[in-house]
Design a binder for this molecule. Structure first.
Ligand code: DNO
Length: 403
Protein backbone atom coordinates (compact mmCIF):
# COMPACT_ATOMS: atom_id res chain seq x y z
CA UNK A 1 0.00 0.00 0.00
CA UNK A 2 1.31 3.43 -0.85
CA UNK A 3 1.14 6.20 1.72
CA UNK A 4 0.00 9.43 0.15
CA UNK A 5 -0.83 12.94 1.29
CA UNK A 6 -3.12 15.54 -0.21
CA UNK A 7 -1.57 18.80 -1.35
CA UNK A 8 -3.71 21.73 -2.51
CA UNK A 9 -0.92 23.44 -4.44
CA UNK A 10 1.45 26.34 -3.83
CA UNK A 11 -1.00 28.11 -1.48
CA UNK A 12 -1.37 25.10 0.80
CA UNK A 13 0.08 26.05 4.20
CA UNK A 14 1.36 22.47 4.44
CA UNK A 15 4.24 22.54 1.97
CA UNK A 16 5.85 19.84 -0.13
CA UNK A 17 8.84 19.93 2.22
CA UNK A 18 6.47 19.38 5.15
CA UNK A 19 4.93 16.41 3.35
CA UNK A 20 8.38 14.94 2.79
CA UNK A 21 8.86 14.89 6.56
CA UNK A 22 5.71 12.82 7.11
CA UNK A 23 7.30 9.82 5.42
CA UNK A 24 4.51 9.62 2.83
CA UNK A 25 5.89 8.68 -0.56
CA UNK A 26 3.12 9.86 -2.86
CA UNK A 27 1.18 13.05 -3.37
CA UNK A 28 -2.50 13.49 -4.17
CA UNK A 29 -3.16 16.76 -5.94
CA UNK A 30 -5.10 18.63 -8.60
CA UNK A 31 -4.94 21.71 -10.78
CA UNK A 32 -7.44 23.58 -8.65
CA UNK A 33 -7.00 26.75 -10.67
CA UNK A 34 -8.36 25.24 -13.89
CA UNK A 35 -12.13 25.87 -14.11
CA UNK A 36 -14.41 22.83 -14.38
CA UNK A 37 -14.79 21.72 -17.97
CA UNK A 38 -11.46 23.02 -19.25
CA UNK A 39 -8.58 20.87 -20.41
CA UNK A 40 -5.62 20.23 -18.13
CA UNK A 41 -2.83 20.87 -20.60
CA UNK A 42 0.35 18.84 -20.69
CA UNK A 43 2.30 21.94 -19.84
CA UNK A 44 0.27 22.81 -16.75
CA UNK A 45 0.42 19.19 -15.55
CA UNK A 46 4.19 19.12 -16.03
CA UNK A 47 4.61 22.36 -14.11
CA UNK A 48 2.53 21.06 -11.23
CA UNK A 49 4.41 17.78 -11.24
CA UNK A 50 7.74 19.62 -11.09
CA UNK A 51 6.54 21.53 -7.99
CA UNK A 52 5.83 18.21 -6.32
CA UNK A 53 8.66 16.06 -7.56
CA UNK A 54 11.71 18.28 -7.90
CA UNK A 55 13.92 18.16 -4.86
CA UNK A 56 17.45 18.82 -3.73
CA UNK A 57 19.97 16.00 -4.07
CA UNK A 58 19.85 13.60 -1.18
CA UNK A 59 16.24 14.42 -0.23
CA UNK A 60 13.42 11.85 -0.62
CA UNK A 61 11.61 12.38 -3.87
CA UNK A 62 7.83 12.48 -3.73
CA UNK A 63 5.71 11.24 -6.62
CA UNK A 64 2.45 12.75 -7.85
CA UNK A 65 0.47 9.54 -8.21
CA UNK A 66 -3.17 10.41 -7.65
CA UNK A 67 -5.38 13.20 -8.92
CA UNK A 68 -8.11 14.38 -6.60
CA UNK A 69 -10.09 15.41 -8.54
CA UNK A 70 -10.82 16.33 -12.13
CA UNK A 71 -14.13 18.14 -11.70
CA UNK A 72 -17.07 16.87 -13.72
CA UNK A 73 -18.88 19.82 -15.26
CA UNK A 74 -22.48 20.27 -14.09
CA UNK A 75 -23.68 20.07 -17.71
CA UNK A 76 -22.45 16.46 -17.84
CA UNK A 77 -24.42 15.58 -14.70
CA UNK A 78 -27.46 17.28 -16.22
CA UNK A 79 -26.78 15.83 -19.70
CA UNK A 80 -27.46 19.27 -21.13
CA UNK A 81 -27.17 19.83 -24.85
CA UNK A 82 -23.53 20.52 -25.67
CA UNK A 83 -22.17 18.63 -22.65
CA UNK A 84 -20.20 16.37 -24.98
CA UNK A 85 -17.42 18.93 -25.26
CA UNK A 86 -16.93 18.78 -21.48
CA UNK A 87 -16.75 14.99 -21.60
CA UNK A 88 -14.13 15.27 -24.31
CA UNK A 89 -12.13 17.79 -22.26
CA UNK A 90 -12.31 15.54 -19.21
CA UNK A 91 -11.01 12.61 -21.22
CA UNK A 92 -8.20 14.67 -22.73
CA UNK A 93 -7.17 15.86 -19.24
CA UNK A 94 -7.11 12.22 -18.14
CA UNK A 95 -4.98 11.22 -21.14
CA UNK A 96 -2.58 14.10 -20.51
CA UNK A 97 -2.23 13.04 -16.89
CA UNK A 98 -1.52 9.47 -17.97
CA UNK A 99 1.15 10.72 -20.33
CA UNK A 100 2.80 12.39 -17.32
CA UNK A 101 2.58 9.19 -15.28
CA UNK A 102 -0.41 10.11 -13.06
CA UNK A 103 -2.71 7.14 -13.42
CA UNK A 104 -5.17 7.09 -10.54
CA UNK A 105 -7.94 9.64 -10.88
CA UNK A 106 -10.48 10.39 -8.18
CA UNK A 107 -13.66 12.22 -9.18
CA UNK A 108 -17.19 12.54 -7.94
CA UNK A 109 -20.66 12.93 -9.40
CA UNK A 110 -22.36 14.97 -6.69
CA UNK A 111 -24.78 17.52 -8.13
CA UNK A 112 -24.27 21.17 -7.09
CA UNK A 113 -22.56 20.57 -3.74
CA UNK A 114 -19.35 18.74 -2.97
CA UNK A 115 -18.59 17.46 0.53
CA UNK A 116 -20.66 19.23 3.15
CA UNK A 117 -20.22 20.01 6.83
CA UNK A 118 -22.16 22.30 9.15
CA UNK A 119 -19.34 22.76 11.69
CA UNK A 120 -15.68 23.41 11.01
CA UNK A 121 -14.60 24.06 14.60
CA UNK A 122 -16.13 21.56 16.98
CA UNK A 123 -14.05 21.51 20.10
CA UNK A 124 -13.34 18.02 21.40
CA UNK A 125 -12.71 17.13 25.04
CA UNK A 126 -8.98 17.00 24.18
CA UNK A 127 -9.09 20.67 23.19
CA UNK A 128 -8.44 19.93 19.50
CA UNK A 129 -11.00 20.85 16.83
CA UNK A 130 -12.91 18.60 14.46
CA UNK A 131 -15.33 18.92 11.56
CA UNK A 132 -18.91 17.85 12.01
CA UNK A 133 -22.30 17.50 10.41
CA UNK A 134 -25.37 18.34 12.43
CA UNK A 135 -28.61 17.27 10.81
CA UNK A 136 -30.65 19.79 12.80
CA UNK A 137 -28.48 22.71 11.73
CA UNK A 138 -28.59 21.45 8.18
CA UNK A 139 -32.39 21.34 8.28
CA UNK A 140 -32.39 24.85 9.79
CA UNK A 141 -30.32 26.02 6.83
CA UNK A 142 -32.53 24.27 4.29
CA UNK A 143 -35.87 25.37 5.74
CA UNK A 144 -35.20 28.81 7.19
CA UNK A 145 -32.09 30.27 5.55
CA UNK A 146 -32.27 28.86 2.05
CA UNK A 147 -36.05 28.55 2.27
CA UNK A 148 -35.93 25.98 -0.48
CA UNK A 149 -39.20 25.47 -2.25
CA UNK A 150 -40.89 22.26 -1.08
CA UNK A 151 -38.19 21.66 1.51
CA UNK A 152 -40.96 21.12 4.07
CA UNK A 153 -41.86 17.83 2.36
CA UNK A 154 -38.44 16.39 3.29
CA UNK A 155 -38.86 16.83 7.05
CA UNK A 156 -41.32 15.53 9.60
CA UNK A 157 -43.27 18.00 11.75
CA UNK A 158 -40.97 17.19 14.66
CA UNK A 159 -37.84 17.72 12.60
CA UNK A 160 -39.17 21.03 11.32
CA UNK A 161 -39.93 22.17 14.82
CA UNK A 162 -36.47 21.20 16.09
CA UNK A 163 -34.89 22.95 13.11
CA UNK A 164 -36.90 26.09 13.85
CA UNK A 165 -35.71 26.07 17.43
CA UNK A 166 -32.16 25.62 16.28
CA UNK A 167 -32.54 28.49 13.77
CA UNK A 168 -34.08 30.79 16.39
CA UNK A 169 -31.20 30.07 18.73
CA UNK A 170 -28.55 31.13 16.21
CA UNK A 171 -27.11 34.64 15.96
CA UNK A 172 -26.92 36.38 12.59
CA UNK A 173 -23.20 35.63 12.49
CA UNK A 174 -23.83 31.95 13.21
CA UNK A 175 -26.43 31.78 10.45
CA UNK A 176 -24.03 33.42 8.01
CA UNK A 177 -21.29 31.00 8.98
CA UNK A 178 -23.55 27.98 8.57
CA UNK A 179 -24.62 29.22 5.19
CA UNK A 180 -21.03 29.78 4.11
CA UNK A 181 -19.94 26.36 5.27
CA UNK A 182 -22.62 24.78 3.11
CA UNK A 183 -22.68 26.91 -0.03
CA UNK A 184 -19.25 28.49 -0.24
CA UNK A 185 -17.78 25.02 -0.01
CA UNK A 186 -14.83 23.36 1.60
CA UNK A 187 -11.28 22.77 0.40
CA UNK A 188 -10.91 20.73 -2.75
CA UNK A 189 -14.55 21.06 -3.65
CA UNK A 190 -15.29 20.65 -7.29
CA UNK A 191 -18.19 23.01 -7.48
CA UNK A 192 -18.61 26.73 -7.71
CA UNK A 193 -18.95 29.01 -4.77
CA UNK A 194 -22.45 30.47 -4.69
CA UNK A 195 -24.53 33.28 -3.27
CA UNK A 196 -27.85 32.10 -1.84
CA UNK A 197 -29.67 33.10 -5.02
CA UNK A 198 -27.18 31.40 -7.30
CA UNK A 199 -27.38 28.36 -5.08
CA UNK A 200 -31.18 28.25 -5.42
CA UNK A 201 -30.80 28.51 -9.18
CA UNK A 202 -28.22 25.72 -9.27
CA UNK A 203 -30.54 23.47 -7.24
CA UNK A 204 -33.47 24.33 -9.49
CA UNK A 205 -31.62 22.83 -12.47
CA UNK A 206 -32.10 19.43 -10.85
CA UNK A 207 -35.76 19.84 -10.04
CA UNK A 208 -37.55 16.61 -10.82
CA UNK A 209 -34.36 14.72 -11.63
CA UNK A 210 -34.58 11.18 -10.31
CA UNK A 211 -31.73 9.02 -9.10
CA UNK A 212 -32.25 6.83 -12.16
CA UNK A 213 -31.72 9.74 -14.52
CA UNK A 214 -28.62 10.95 -12.72
CA UNK A 215 -27.29 7.41 -12.73
CA UNK A 216 -27.98 7.14 -16.42
CA UNK A 217 -25.98 10.35 -16.93
CA UNK A 218 -23.07 9.01 -14.87
CA UNK A 219 -23.07 5.74 -16.79
CA UNK A 220 -23.20 7.58 -20.14
CA UNK A 221 -20.21 9.70 -19.07
CA UNK A 222 -18.29 6.62 -17.98
CA UNK A 223 -19.18 4.68 -21.12
CA UNK A 224 -17.31 7.37 -23.03
CA UNK A 225 -14.27 7.79 -20.79
CA UNK A 226 -13.64 4.22 -19.56
CA UNK A 227 -12.40 2.79 -22.88
CA UNK A 228 -9.99 5.70 -23.12
CA UNK A 229 -8.89 5.16 -19.50
CA UNK A 230 -8.22 1.52 -20.26
CA UNK A 231 -6.19 2.46 -23.33
CA UNK A 232 -3.80 4.59 -21.26
CA UNK A 233 -3.77 2.44 -18.10
CA UNK A 234 -5.72 4.88 -15.93
CA UNK A 235 -7.79 3.73 -12.96
CA UNK A 236 -10.80 5.90 -12.19
CA UNK A 237 -11.85 6.06 -8.56
CA UNK A 238 -15.27 7.54 -7.90
CA UNK A 239 -15.62 9.27 -4.54
CA UNK A 240 -18.88 8.76 -2.64
CA UNK A 241 -21.41 11.50 -1.99
CA UNK A 242 -20.55 13.05 1.34
CA UNK A 243 -22.73 12.73 3.43
CA UNK A 244 -24.03 9.67 1.56
CA UNK A 245 -27.72 10.40 1.09
CA UNK A 246 -30.08 12.69 -0.81
CA UNK A 247 -29.88 16.29 0.35
CA UNK A 248 -31.56 19.56 -0.58
CA UNK A 249 -33.81 17.72 -2.99
CA UNK A 250 -30.79 16.54 -4.98
CA UNK A 251 -30.46 12.92 -6.05
CA UNK A 252 -27.27 11.21 -4.84
CA UNK A 253 -26.20 7.92 -6.32
CA UNK A 254 -22.88 6.80 -4.81
CA UNK A 255 -23.84 6.16 -1.20
CA UNK A 256 -24.06 2.42 -0.51
CA UNK A 257 -22.76 -0.99 -1.55
CA UNK A 258 -25.83 -1.48 -3.74
CA UNK A 259 -25.09 1.77 -5.58
CA UNK A 260 -21.63 0.37 -6.32
CA UNK A 261 -23.07 -2.95 -7.44
CA UNK A 262 -25.22 -1.11 -9.99
CA UNK A 263 -22.15 0.81 -11.18
CA UNK A 264 -20.03 -2.29 -11.74
CA UNK A 265 -22.85 -4.40 -13.17
CA UNK A 266 -23.40 -1.72 -15.79
CA UNK A 267 -19.72 -0.98 -16.49
CA UNK A 268 -17.40 -3.85 -15.60
CA UNK A 269 -14.34 -2.21 -17.18
CA UNK A 270 -11.20 -2.84 -15.10
CA UNK A 271 -10.60 0.92 -15.15
CA UNK A 272 -13.88 1.50 -13.34
CA UNK A 273 -13.07 1.76 -9.65
CA UNK A 274 -13.65 3.55 -6.40
CA UNK A 275 -12.15 5.73 -3.75
CA UNK A 276 -13.01 3.89 -0.57
CA UNK A 277 -13.67 6.94 1.55
CA UNK A 278 -14.07 5.20 4.87
CA UNK A 279 -15.40 8.25 6.70
CA UNK A 280 -18.00 9.07 4.07
CA UNK A 281 -19.42 5.58 3.66
CA UNK A 282 -19.10 5.10 7.41
CA UNK A 283 -21.34 8.04 8.18
CA UNK A 284 -24.25 5.70 7.33
CA UNK A 285 -24.87 3.02 9.94
CA UNK A 286 -26.04 0.60 7.23
CA UNK A 287 -22.67 0.62 5.45
CA UNK A 288 -20.41 -2.10 6.84
CA UNK A 289 -16.95 -0.80 5.93
CA UNK A 290 -14.80 -3.93 6.38
CA UNK A 291 -17.41 -5.86 4.34
CA UNK A 292 -17.38 -3.20 1.62
CA UNK A 293 -13.58 -3.20 1.54
CA UNK A 294 -13.70 -6.96 1.00
CA UNK A 295 -16.54 -6.94 -1.52
CA UNK A 296 -15.08 -4.20 -3.69
CA UNK A 297 -11.40 -4.97 -3.04
CA UNK A 298 -10.33 -5.30 -6.68
CA UNK A 299 -12.09 -2.02 -7.50
CA UNK A 300 -10.34 0.00 -4.79
CA UNK A 301 -7.54 2.13 -6.17
CA UNK A 302 -7.51 4.84 -3.56
CA UNK A 303 -8.70 5.03 0.02
CA UNK A 304 -9.36 7.91 2.37
CA UNK A 305 -8.75 6.63 5.87
CA UNK A 306 -10.74 8.51 8.46
CA UNK A 307 -13.59 7.72 10.82
CA UNK A 308 -16.70 9.35 12.15
CA UNK A 309 -18.65 9.02 15.37
CA UNK A 310 -22.38 9.24 14.78
CA UNK A 311 -24.87 10.71 17.18
CA UNK A 312 -26.71 7.69 18.62
CA UNK A 313 -29.97 9.66 18.77
CA UNK A 314 -29.67 11.17 15.29
CA UNK A 315 -27.45 8.92 13.18
CA UNK A 316 -27.36 11.46 10.34
CA UNK A 317 -25.27 13.71 12.59
CA UNK A 318 -21.61 12.93 13.12
CA UNK A 319 -18.25 14.38 13.96
CA UNK A 320 -14.90 13.38 12.55
CA UNK A 321 -13.28 11.28 15.26
CA UNK A 322 -9.64 10.25 15.70
CA UNK A 323 -8.57 7.91 12.91
CA UNK A 324 -8.58 4.74 15.02
CA UNK A 325 -11.32 5.69 17.48
CA UNK A 326 -14.54 6.09 15.58
CA UNK A 327 -17.65 4.03 14.88
CA UNK A 328 -15.72 2.28 12.11
CA UNK A 329 -13.42 -0.62 12.73
CA UNK A 330 -10.40 0.90 11.00
CA UNK A 331 -8.10 -1.99 11.82
CA UNK A 332 -10.44 -4.39 10.02
CA UNK A 333 -10.71 -2.06 7.04
CA UNK A 334 -6.93 -1.87 6.81
CA UNK A 335 -6.71 -5.65 7.15
CA UNK A 336 -9.04 -6.01 4.14
CA UNK A 337 -7.03 -3.53 2.11
CA UNK A 338 -3.82 -5.36 2.94
CA UNK A 339 -5.44 -8.64 1.91
CA UNK A 340 -6.40 -7.10 -1.39
CA UNK A 341 -2.93 -5.69 -1.86
CA UNK A 342 -1.47 -9.13 -1.17
CA UNK A 343 -3.84 -10.74 -3.70
CA UNK A 344 -2.73 -8.19 -6.27
CA UNK A 345 0.93 -8.80 -5.73
CA UNK A 346 0.31 -12.48 -6.51
CA UNK A 347 -1.67 -11.64 -9.63
CA UNK A 348 0.57 -10.52 -12.45
CA UNK A 349 -2.31 -9.05 -14.44
CA UNK A 350 -3.27 -6.81 -11.59
CA UNK A 351 -0.15 -4.95 -10.67
CA UNK A 352 -1.67 -1.66 -9.47
CA UNK A 353 -1.17 -0.67 -5.85
CA UNK A 354 -3.70 0.87 -3.49
CA UNK A 355 -3.00 4.46 -2.50
CA UNK A 356 -4.11 5.43 0.97
CA UNK A 357 -4.10 8.80 2.60
CA UNK A 358 -4.95 10.01 6.07
CA UNK A 359 -8.14 11.91 5.40
CA UNK A 360 -8.78 15.01 7.45
CA UNK A 361 -7.29 15.46 10.89
CA UNK A 362 -8.01 17.41 13.99
CA UNK A 363 -6.76 20.96 14.20
CA UNK A 364 -4.44 20.74 17.16
CA UNK A 365 -1.36 22.13 18.90
CA UNK A 366 0.49 24.75 16.83
CA UNK A 367 -2.07 24.44 14.05
CA UNK A 368 -4.82 25.93 16.24
CA UNK A 369 -3.44 29.40 15.68
CA UNK A 370 -2.76 28.94 12.00
CA UNK A 371 -4.97 29.50 9.01
CA UNK A 372 -5.57 26.03 7.67
CA UNK A 373 -7.71 24.35 5.06
CA UNK A 374 -10.52 22.89 7.20
CA UNK A 375 -9.76 19.22 7.79
CA UNK A 376 -6.35 19.56 6.17
CA UNK A 377 -4.06 20.91 8.87
CA UNK A 378 -0.65 19.26 9.12
CA UNK A 379 -0.33 17.92 12.65
CA UNK A 380 -3.71 16.20 12.91
CA UNK A 381 -3.20 14.41 9.61
CA UNK A 382 0.31 13.45 10.62
CA UNK A 383 -1.12 11.88 13.78
CA UNK A 384 -3.64 10.00 11.63
CA UNK A 385 -0.97 8.81 9.23
CA UNK A 386 1.29 7.70 12.08
CA UNK A 387 -1.52 5.68 13.65
CA UNK A 388 -2.49 4.09 10.35
CA UNK A 389 1.13 3.30 9.57
CA UNK A 390 1.41 1.60 12.95
CA UNK A 391 -1.59 -0.59 12.17
CA UNK A 392 -0.15 -1.50 8.78
CA UNK A 393 3.24 -2.36 10.26
CA UNK A 394 1.68 -4.47 12.98
CA UNK A 395 -0.58 -6.34 10.58
CA UNK A 396 2.21 -7.03 8.12
CA UNK A 397 4.84 -8.01 10.69
CA UNK A 398 6.24 -11.50 10.24
CA UNK A 399 3.87 -14.28 11.21
CA UNK A 400 0.72 -12.22 11.39
CA UNK A 401 -1.92 -14.02 9.37
CA UNK A 402 -4.06 -11.45 7.57
CA UNK A 403 -7.03 -13.58 6.63
C1 DNO B 1 -12.84 16.10 1.25
C2 DNO B 1 -12.79 15.27 0.08
C3 DNO B 1 -13.50 15.86 -1.14
C4 DNO B 1 -13.24 14.96 -2.27
C5 DNO B 1 -13.95 15.22 -3.55
C6 DNO B 1 -13.66 14.03 -4.43
O1 DNO B 1 -12.04 16.03 2.10
O2 DNO B 1 -13.11 13.99 0.37
O3 DNO B 1 -12.94 17.09 -1.44
O4 DNO B 1 -11.92 15.15 -2.60
O5 DNO B 1 -15.28 15.35 -3.33
O6 DNO B 1 -13.98 14.28 -5.74
Amino acid sequence: MNESWRWFGPNDPVTIDDIRQTGATDVVSALHEVPAGEVWTLQSIREHRARIEECAPGMSRLTWSVVESIPVHEDIKLARPGHEKYVENWAVSMENLAQCGVKVICYNFMPVIDWTRTDLNLQLPSGAYALGFDQQKFAAFDLFILQRENAGADYSAMETQAAKQCFDGMSAAERAELSDNIIAGLPGKMTDSYTLDEFRAALANYQGMTKDTLRKNLFAFLAKVLPRAEAVGVKLAIHPDDPPRDMLGLPRIICTASDLELLFDALPSPSNGITLCVGTYGSRPDNDLPAMARQFGPRIHFSHLRGVTRDPLEPRSFYEAAHLDSDIDMVQVIRELLNEQRRRSQDQAHEAGIYIRPDHGHQMMDDINKTVNPGYSGIGRLKGLAEIRGVIRALTADNVELN
